[in-house]
Design a protein around this ligand. Structure first.
Ligand code: BGC
Length: 773
């Protein structure tokens, strides 16, 4: 029935070395310069080894220690002293070019071995120019948006003096209560892998050390998105089936794309904390996947092996992290470093020189590849030029336009026609909040460059249309504070109002206007790290505001500034569009969408449940023995999603036809082209995303009812037809089965579906057999 791709399984039946070749991975042993590796491995290694030979155990331990520097004067002094003594390899969180340059001068000029610092930062969706948040970029279903955005982010970061970003986050998220859903690409491993690859390319360029680029560190390895109950930092218990088929593929894709770093996760994976997990960090990452870069822990995660109850002492934590496969400790802010105990552990024989040298070498190699020994300092003039490049804001605006997802548009309320409107009421606590428009995980922005939705609408509406504004209601504060609260960059710019008087004023404005644009959602501090929620309701009194504005009977457009599906309690505004946290030019992009200069073309990267009680509700679930009653799993309401994965409408309509699988029968190991015709049947230029799903009918394991295996976003004129081509390769037709604890491609029959969401109706079949029929 099935072909076992490989049986060379050593660890928990994992056999990816052979699969590497199968999936066409680069030859990781190559010592020759290649596009991905312009400095020959041997030369880089020899240079690192020359340095290594001169280092004391304390200098080695320092080289693989990374310190936070938030600017707290006492901590900054401690960190600077460590740098000056040659006991720090890397710093994070410094992002001011002048300060970066100053610290680098200390490292290069004052230390014995003159080894430059590697400066890292969370450049997640932009440094100065802020792009839409990562989940938004995934909603574009356009990897070019991801690559272009991160190319700009990398250019700004590198010009500022940074060398490495802790991004992309490639954790799959199937529980929207988990706040970090905003940082990834949503629930699907195929979309997630495509976005991971595009971001790594954008950050790193053609090779590590490409001018204007930085090292990319996909995170958090691995399984972090599956935290119990969507509670950030809680443990994760994942079956091997889930790990291999759903959670690991985006990491594998990012590594194959050349990512130079990986961050180990905080949490316990199946009882073994990820940062002390040898199976994960060595057996899978290095032995099976051939990863050659360096592994950094998440903040304090080596030390936390003690907190988790894995290690018995801080020294034991350092030993366990190193021996599991960690190369650098991100030392806990204001805390002690587990890796600083390594010299003692070396002396006492708990680790070997080879073990510590392997880690130090990988860090030195990264510095050599980045060219830091030749060019350690910041060109401050160039930094200023790059950081304020107006072209970057254009990239951000274009990205935001491609990320919006239109979910409802009754009676073609959108686009709004400025020739017919005399007045617009813009209402909502997020409508004029510059800080919230940018989203979380940004620290170096300039609010003066940020266009809110209100500002964008006003600029577009001109002087002939009256635009009134009311926040309507205030947003509540979090019951439990955020870890970001104390950072100045998190300060809200929202107007605080008294709901009792402002809500009726807002409703009166809606009543007196031709149309109302309501901007609702979650403040940026309510989503992201340490921002899980037990509810998907609109925070505060926003639902009351929404209901009251709809009750006026006037046309209402709701724009959701959010990054998880929210429960609008069956409210039915005329139009509903998710604008995410759209970034620096968010308001300008939203205005272009509202007034029809561009048509929304984004699609949901996650399933939108009717009710929080349905979570998790991935579209790619197994059929079960009762497929016919899937919709009736609960006695009180349908189990179908409110909006399916992949769903989104625009200002035109499209028809899919003529789905063709090039050959209906395939031999194992062969690829097959698939094509479909997409026709714009409406009257506007608009985008559609052709999505290809497969379902394997039988085989070694039961397989999900649908799995995304191809997508393409196209722009079509009214009446235009385009033939979209996909290729199904053995990689798409294979999976990891717990039955054999290995990757397989089965002899089987597939249903192939193509259309504009995970509920695509157009279908055909494909047979795969051992011999040609
Ligand atoms: C997060 C990481 C981040 C690190 C450094 C941690 O709390 O989990 O994603 O890169 O902090 O800021």
């Amino acid at each position: 029935m099935s072909t076992l791709l490989t049986r060379r399984s050593r660890h928990a039946g994992v056999a990816l070395a052979a699969v590497l070749a199968f999936f066409g991975a680069a030859d990781v042993q190559s010592a020759q310069p290649t596009a991905l590796n312009p400095l020959p491995d041997a030369e880089v290694r020899a240079r690192a080894d020359t340095l290594l030979a001169k280092m004391t155990p304390e200098e080695k331990a320092g080289q693989i220690t990374q310190y936070f520097n938030f600017g707290d004067p006492k901590e900054a002094k401690r960190v600077q002293d460590e740098v000056a003594a040659g006991r720090a390899g890397s710093l994070l969180f410094v992002h001011d070019p002048v300060e970066l340059d100053r610290l680098q001068h200390i490292a290069v000029e004052k230390t014995r071995l003159k080894i430059p610092l590697l400066f890292a930062f969370d450049v997640i969706h932009g440094l100065r120019t802020i792009m839409p948040v990562p989940i938004a970029v995934a909603a574009s279903w356009d990897p070019k948006v991801a690559e272009d955005g991160q190319t700009v982010a990398a250019a700004e970061a590198r010009a500022a003096g940074l060398h490495w970003t802790f991004a992309p986050m490639v954790d799959i998220a199937r529980d929207p209560r988990w706040g970090r859903i905003i940082e990834g690409a949503g629930e699907d491993p195929y979309l997630g892998s495509a976005m991971a690859v595009a971001q790594v390319r954008g950050f790193q360029g053609a090779y590590i050390g490409s001018p204007g680029h930085v090292i990319s560190g996909p995170k958090h390895f691995a399984g972090y998105g599956a935290a119990f109950g969507g509670r950030d930092y809680d443990e994760v218990d994942l079956s091997d089936n889930e790990l291999w088929n759903t959670y690991l593929p985006p990491f594998k894709a990012a590594i194959d794309a050349g990512a130079g770093n990986i961050m180990s996760a905080y949490m316990g994976l199946n009882g073994v904390p990820a940062t002390g997990n040898h199976w994960l960090l060595t057996d899978v990452l290095r032995t099976e996947w051939g990863f050659k870069g360096f592994v950094v822990t998440d903040a304090g995660a080596a030390h936390d092996l003690l907190t988790h109850g894995l290690a018995g002492s801080e020294a034991d934590a350092g030993v366990r992290a190193l021996q599991a496969g960690v190369d650098m400790e991100m030392s806990p802010p204001f805390g002690t470093s587990a890796f600083k105990t390594l010299p003692l552990s070396l002396k006492e024989g708990r680790i070997t020189t080879i073990e510590i040298d392997n880690a130090v070498r990988r860090v030195l190699e990264a510095k050599i590849r980045m060219g830091l020994f030749e060019k350690p300092y910041v060109d401050l003039k160039q930094a200023q030029r790059v950081l304020t490049d107006p072209q970057h804001r254009e990239v951000s605006r274009a990205a935001a336009e491609r990320t919006a997802v239109l979910l409802r548009n009754e009676g073609d309320l959108l686009p709004l026609d400025l020739n017919k409107l005399k007045s617009i009421a813009v209402i909502g606590p997020l409508a004029d909040s510059a800080r919230d428009t940018l989203g979380p995980w940004v620290f170096a922005f300039d609010l003066n460059e940020t266009v809110t939705v209100l500002a964008g609408i006003k600029a577009k509406a001109g002087s002939n249309v009256r635009v009134d504004y009311s926040p309507g209601v205030s947003l509540p504060v979090r019951l439990n504070p955020s870890i970001f609260d104390t950072l100045p960059a998190a300060a809200a710019t929202r107007m605080q109002v008294d709901d009792a008087s402002e809500l009726p004023r807002a409703v009166a404005l809606a009543q007196a206007s031709d149309v109302t644009v309501l901007v609702l959602g979650e403040a940026q501090i309510m989503i992201g790290e340490n921002a899980s929620r037990s509810s998907l309701d609109l925070p505060g009194r926003q639902q009351e505001l929404l209901d009251a504005v709809i009750a006026t009977g006037k046309p209402v457009v709701v724009l959701l500034m959010s990054a998880r599906p929210l429960d609008l309690k069956n409210s039915k505004p005329g139009a509903l569009m998710v604008i995410w946290y759209p970034g620096t030019q968010g308001g300008a992009a939203v205005a272009n969408l509202l007034f029809g200069e561009v048509s929304p073309g984004g699609k949901l990267p996650y399933t939108w449940p009717r009710n929080i009680g349905q979570i998790p509700l991935p579209y790619a679930h197994l059929g079960s023995h009762q497929p016919k009653t899937t919709e009736q799993r609960y006695w009180n309401e349908p189990n179908s999603p409110l909006y399916p994965f992949g769903f989104g409408i625009g200002y035109s309509t499209f028809e899919f036809s003529n789905l063709k699988v090039d050959r209906q029968t395939l031999v194992l190991g062969e690829s097959v082209p698939v094509s479909v015709e997409v026709r714009n049947t409406g009257s506007r230029v608009a985008d559609e995303v052709a999505q290809l799903y497969i379902h394997q009918r039988f085989g070694s394991s039961a397989r999900p009812v649908r799995e995304l295996k191809g997508f393409q976003r196209v722009t079509l004129k009214p009446g235009e037809t385009r033939t979209v081509q996909f290729t199904l390769t053995p990689a798409e037709l294979s999976y990891w089965t717990a039955a054999k604890r290995a990757w397989v491609q089965d002899e089987t029959t597939f249903d192939v579906y193509v259309g504009n969401s995970s509920q695509a109706a157009l279908t055909t079949t494909l047979e795969v057999s051992k011999v040609r029929r």
